[in-house]
Design a binder for this molecule. Structure first.
Ligand code: FPP
Length: 296
């Protein structure tokens, strides 16, 4: 499918000049109708160039480069994390405004948890604890439902309680599902899924049950069973790795790497990654039209 060539280009010069509403002609009105409210001028301009029929349903982001962002400014690493929270806010809000069904953020890997100095982990936990309370109005304003993946039972008790509280508080929202990966590792997720399947089999006829397992069964036992198929993985700060993030789920996802450090990433850059996604030809192992899961 050649997405870029047949993308409808809804352009509006008046919009670009920020005077769209002064005298509204028909084309301009059409553009305004399709652009979600709340986007800034640059975001709206870029959004108007996207193909509304080819939006990803699920984007996941490896937020990398907080430390380097801070180092470049001769600041402590934690300043990068603090600024990283602002980037999270901008990206989450833009994602919700464009009605992205699911956004998953790699906040702390299981490896981060054991390999970072205790002082940095302590700071990150405090940041998360505060984030989950402070961002609640933004979650409600944007109709966002919060979820978590990862071995959260190993996080500090007060963080686990705040997570449960935030999840409950947003459970009635019906818009974008924002999933935070905390103490997450893809290999341990796969181990946990297999353990859960063995348990289910033990209660349901043993080996016979286990032997009926297929991809759908594994999907249902992954932490991400509540989410649509992963379409796009974004990684900031230039590294070309998945770093133990959503390895099973990323089987057919497009990967977009930007050199920007996470604290410099914002809603406009999210839309740029979607624009790039729409240029890719997704074949799922076939020759042309996609059909995820139909062939292995
Ligand atoms: C990677 O940068 C980032 C992290 C390990 C933490 C991500 C955390 C945030 C963006 C802020 C907190 C998020 C929430 C949702 C509260 P790095 O430290 O590995 O950077 P480096 O590779 O340049 O050292």
């Amino acid at each position: 499918m050649g997405l870029a060539s047949d993308t409808p280009r809804l352009t509006c010069e008046k919009l670009q000049r920020q005077s769209c509403c002064a005298s509204v002609d028909e084309d301009c009105e059409a553009v305004l109708r399709t652009i979600p409210s709340g986007l800034d001028r640059k975001e709206a301009e870029l959004y108007s160039q996207l193909d509304p029929t080819q939006f990803p349903k699920h984007i996941a982001i490896i937020m990398d480069g907080n430390g380097r962002w801070a180092k470049r400014r001769h600041l402590p690493r934690v300043a990068g994390h603090r600024k990283g929270v602002e980037a999270v806010r901008l990206v989450v809000e833009t994602a919700a405004r464009i009605n992205l069904p699911a956004l998953t953020l790699y906040a702390f890997s299981a490896e981060n948890f054991v390999r970072r100095p205790a002082t940095e982990i302590h700071f990150l936990m405090k940041l998360l604890h505060r984030y989950l309370k402070n961002e609640l109005p933004l979650m409600h304003r944007n109709n966002i439902r919060l979820q978590f993946i990862g071995r959260s039972q190993m996080l500090p008790q007060e963080v686990q309680e705040r997570m449960a509280w935030a999840k409950e508080q947003t459970s009635h929202n019906t818009g974008m599902v924002l999933t935070l990966a905390l103490n997450y590792g893809s290999r341990s997720e796969i181990v946990d899924a297999f353990k859960a399947m063995v348990h289910a089999a033990a209660n349901n006829g043993g080996l016979e049950h286990l032997l009926k397992m297929d991809e759908e069964t594994v999907n249902r036992h992954m932490y991400t069973s509540h989410l649509p198929e992963l379409d796009l993985v974004i990684r900031t700060s230039g590294e070309m790795r998945l770093s133990n993030f959503l390895l099973w789920q990323a089987a057919y996802a497009e990967i977009y790497v930007t050199k920007l450090f996470w604290p410099d990433f914002n809603g406009f850059h999210l839309l740029e990654s979607i624009q790039e996604f729409q240029k890719r030809e997704r074949r799922y192992g076939g020759l042309n039209e996609p059909s995820p899961g139909s062939s292995n």
